[in-house]
Design a binder for this molecule. Structure first.
Ligand code: URA
Length: 437
C-alpha cells in the first residue's frame, strides 16, 4: 500500500487517485497520522492538478463521514434545503425557509456566517433579539418536525474534516478550487439529512465566482456530485453584479426578508425567493411543476401562512416573534446619513463588492472568523441600476453608530454608484438553470 507521502506525490505529479486513497488521507487527518502541513501540501496539489468527478465525490463522502449524518427519518415528507454561494444583500434564506415550510416541505437548514464581503444567514438571524443558532441536534430535529424549518450553524458533529480543511485552505490560498468548494459545500449539506437541494450559484463582482464560465463549472460540479450522492438537485446561476434587494447589513436585511414574507419586499428579492421556492416545492413533491410551486408560494405569502411559520420558527429558536409584525423591535443604528447624487442622470452601475466591503468596514461583516458583527449598521439603497435620479437626490442611506464611522466609508459608498447619461437596463436575475435529472 502506498504511504501517505506517496499519495501526496501522486497528486503533486498530476495523477488520479485510486478509489479509497482520498478516504485514507481524510481518515489519517482525523487520527493525526497526517499533519496539517501535509494536508496543506495535498490541498495545493489538488488545487493545481484538479480532482475528477469521482475523486470529488470520494472527498465529499470522506468529509461527510468524518462527522454524523443527521437522521430526520421521523420528520415526514421530502426534506429540501437551499444553499447560496454567497453575495451582497443575499438574505433569501431567511424568507425562503419559512415560506417553503409553510407550503408543506420541511426545510432543515445549516447555515454559515459572513466572511469577507459577503454576509451570512446566521449573523442576520441573530439580529432578532434572543434568536439562537447554536441549538442541539435534538432540538434541531424537534423544531424541523414541529415547525417545518429550523436554521442553525455548523455543529462540532457536522463534517468536522471540512471545518479543519477550510481553515487550512483559508490560509494557504487554496479556497478558489471548484472540486474543493464542491466537496466543502456538499459535505455539510448532505450531513443535514436532506433528500434534495436547490443551489443558488451567484455570478458577478459581488460573488465568489466572478464570471459565468467559472460559475457554470461550479454549478455543474455541485449538481453532478449531489446527484451521485443520491439527492435531487437543481442549481440556478443568478446575478450578483448588483446588490440583491435594497439592504446590506444584518438587521436591515432581516427586516427586508420579513417584508418578502408579508408580500411587500423589493421585486428582485421577491422574484429570486419565488423561483427558488417553486423549485423546492417541486423537488419536495408538493408541486407538479414550477408554475404550481410558484402559485403555492404566492398563496402562502398572501394568506399569512409564511409569516406565521416565521413567527413559530423564531419563537422555537428563543427569539422574539413580535419582530415579524413590528420591525422596530430589531436593533437600529442611532445615526442615518444620506449620500446624495452629485448630478442628475441614470444609475449605470451599483458595485456590490464596493458596498459589501464598506459594510465590513462599518462592522456589519467580518474579516476574521472570530470577529463579532454589529447587527444594526448597514446601507439602504434608495436608487438602483436603471433608475433616473436628480442632482442631490438620495442614492442610499448609511446607518452608523458615529459620525466618524460615516466619514470613514462615505467616499467608498458614493464611488460604488456610477451615474450615466443614458438609460440602462438592470439585466437578467436568473442567468441559467441546471437540473440534476
Ligand atoms: N463555502 C463553503 O462552505 N466552502 C467553500 O469551500 C466555499 C464556500
Amino acid at each position: 500500500m502506498a504511504s501517505l507521502v506517496e499519495l501526496l506525490a501522486k497528486k503533486r505529479d498530476g495523477h488520479v487517485h485510486e478509489a479509497g486513497e482520498i478516504r485514507r488521507l481524510i481518515a489519517a487527518l482525523g487520527t493525526g497520522e497526517l499533519t496539517d502541513y501535509q494536508m496543506s501540501a495535498w490541498l495545493m496539489a489538488a488545487f493545481l492538478r484538479g480532482l475528477d468527478e469521482r475523486e470529488t465525490l470520494e472527498l465529499t463522502d470522506a468529509m461527510l463521514e468524518s462527522g454524523v449524518v443527521l437522521d430526520l427519518k421521523d420528520v415526514p415528507g421530502t426534506k429540501v434545503d437551499k444553499h447560496s454561494t454567497g453575495g451582497v444583500g443575499d438574505k433569501v434564506s431567511i424568507s425562503l425557509a419559512p415560506l417553503v415550510a409553510a407550503c408543506g416541505v420541511p426545510v432543515p437548514m445549516v447555515s454559515g456566517r459572513g466572511l469577507g464581503h459577503t454576509g451570512g444567514t446566521l449573523d442576520k438571524l441573530e439580529a432578532i433579539p434572543g434568536f439562537r443558532v447554536d441549538l442541539s441536534i435534538d432540538d434541531y430535529r424537534r423544531i424541523v418536525r414541529e415547525v417545518g424549518t429550523c436554521m442553525i450553524g455548523q455543529t462540532r458533529e457536522i463534517a468536522p474534516a471540512d471545518k479543519r480543511i477550510y481553515a487550512l485552505r483559508d490560509v494557504t490560498a487554496t479556497v478558489e478550487s471548484i472540486p474543493l468548494i464542491t466537496a466543502s459545500i456538499l459535505s455539510k449539506k448532505l450531513a443535514e439529512g436532506i433528500d434534495a437541494l436547490v443551489l443558488d450559484v451567484k455570478v458577478g463582482r459581488g460573488a465568489f465566482m466572478k464570471d459565468l464560465v467559472r460559475a457554470r463549472a461550479l454549478a455543474r460540479s455541485l449538481v453532478a456530485v449531489a446527484r451521485r450522492g443520491g439527492k435531487g438537485v437543481t442549481a440556478f446561476l443568478t446575478d450578483m453584479d448588483h446588490p440583491l434587494g435594497l439592504t446590506i447589513g444584518n438587521a436591515l436585511e432581516t427586516a427586508e426578508a420579513i417584508d418578502v414574507l408579508h408580500g411587500r419586499g423589493p421585486a428582485d428579492l421577491t422574484e429570486i425567493t419565488l423561483v427558488l421556492a417553486a423549485e423546492m416545492l417541486v423537488l419536495g413533491k408538493v408541486a407538479r411543476d414550477e408554475a404550481e410551486g410558484r402559485a403555492k408560494a404566492q398563496a402562502a405569502i398572501a394568506d399569512g401562512r409564511a409569516a406565521e411559520t416565521m413567527r413559530k420558527m423564531i419563537a422555537a429558536q428563543h427569539g422574539d416573534p413580535r419582530v415579524v409584525d413590528d420591525l422596530a423591535r430589531l436593533p437600529r443604528a442611532e445615526i442615518v446619513r444620506v449620500i446624495p447624487a452629485a448630478r442628475a442622470g441614470w444609475i449605470a452601475d451599483v458595485d456590490p463588492l464596493a458596498l459589501g466591503l464598506a459594510g465590513v468596514e462599518m462592522g456589519a461583516g467580518r474579516t476574521r472568523a472570530e470577529q463579532a458583527v454589529d447587527p444594526a449598521v448597514g446601507i439602504v439603497l434608495r436608487a438602483t441600476k436603471g433608475q433616473r435620479v436628480e442632482a442631490g437626490a438620495p442614492l442610499c442611506e448609511v446607518h452608523v453608530r458615529t459620525d466618524a464611522a460615516f466619514d470613514a466609508v462615505a467616499a467608498r459608498i458614493a464611488n460604488a454608484f456610477t451615474l450615466g447619461d443614458a438609460e440602462v437596463a438592470r439585466g437578467a436575475l436568473i442567468l441559467e438553470t441546471i437540473r440534476g435529472v
